[in-house]
Design a protein around this ligand. Structure first.
Ligand code: IPE
Ligand code: IPE
Ligand code: MG
Length: 244
């Protein structure tokens, strides 16, 4: 768990850049509805945007990118939409695997996997293993992720470590080590698209000192240029981490 300004890096131009950007990709459904199209068309376009943002990150100085793709609450949606989304995730991994491996992307997933289709779980484990040696961009995709669910699973692991006597008392770092994000730096900046100003169960432990940026842009309209503008503004923020 790293949560100090040490997370923030300076770009080649000397500008302060967030090292870790996390994105709540919202607004796919409204983007499609505005055009009279099925929601899944919006999700497909959203997946195309993820590819573009992933490609843009290294040149923007972003070394860690975490994207919220499916929450523990999203199972409430229609079977058609849920299955359609799961198909999009599987195709994304299959089609992007070679490119990500070649471009130095390390892909990882957070969230509870057991509830996902076995074939999707296998694809996820396969691409994680295949890209484990990469470090140009650390891409984390949150699927069936909920912060409360993650904290509950982490608390269970932590209790087991205490019971086994591996640790005598629990520290913040011990709990962080039990999260799905163990070893990941905390996000410096969390972006939510589509005008909603809530976190919807995303990274409650990790984002306590993140800066937040809310934009009206719907996710399928979110381009690398929009990201670059937001990153430029980040450099003007004064992050105090509780200090004077
Ligand atoms: C975000 O877009 C994608 C997921 C949550 C899976 P939405 O599907 O939530 O789009 P809106 O909010 O209905 O427009
Ligand atoms: C949050 O978006 C989850 C993802 C982006 C995957 P939602 O659209 O599900 O969130 P709410 O329901 O508006 O809070
Ligand atoms: Mg939404």
């Amino acid at each position: 768990m790293a949560k100090t300004a040490a997370n923030v890096v300076s770009g080649a131009d000397g500008e302060v850049r967030p090292r870790h950007v996390a994105i709540i990709m919202d607004g796919n459904g409204r983007w499609a509805k505005n055009r009279g199209w099925p929601r899944l068309v919006g999700h497909r376009r959203g997946a195309e945007r993820v590819k573009e943002i992933v490609r843009a990150c290294p040149s923007l100085g972003v070394n860690w990118l975490t994207v919220y793709a499916f929450s523990t609450e999203n199972w409430k949606r229609s079977t058609e939409e849920v299955l359609g989304l799961m198909g999009i995730f599987a195709r994304y991994i299959e089609r992007e695997a070679d490119g990500m491996a070649a471009e130095g992307v390390r892909l990882r997933f957070i969230g509870a996997r057991e509830r996902l289709d076995k074939k999707l779980q296998d694809l996820m484990a396969g691409i994680e293993a295949r890209t484990a040696g990469n470090s140009r961009l650390n891409l984390t995709v949150a699927i069936n992720y909920g912060g409360r669910d993650e904290l509950t699973r982490a608390a269970t692991r932590l209790a087991a470590r205490l019971a086994r006597g591996e640790i005598s008392h629990a520290t913040e770092a011990d709990l962080a080590d039990c999260l799905d994000t163990a070893g990941h730096p905390d996000p410096d900046l969390v972006i939510r698209t589509s005008g909603e100003t809530r976190t919807s169960n995303f990274l409650p432990f990790q984002a306590t000192y993140s800066e937040y940026e809310f934009t009206e842009t719907l996710w399928p309209d979110f381009t690398p240029d929009r990201l670059a503008e937001i990153l430029d503004r980040f450099g003007m923020r004064d992050r105090r981490f509780g200090g004077a």
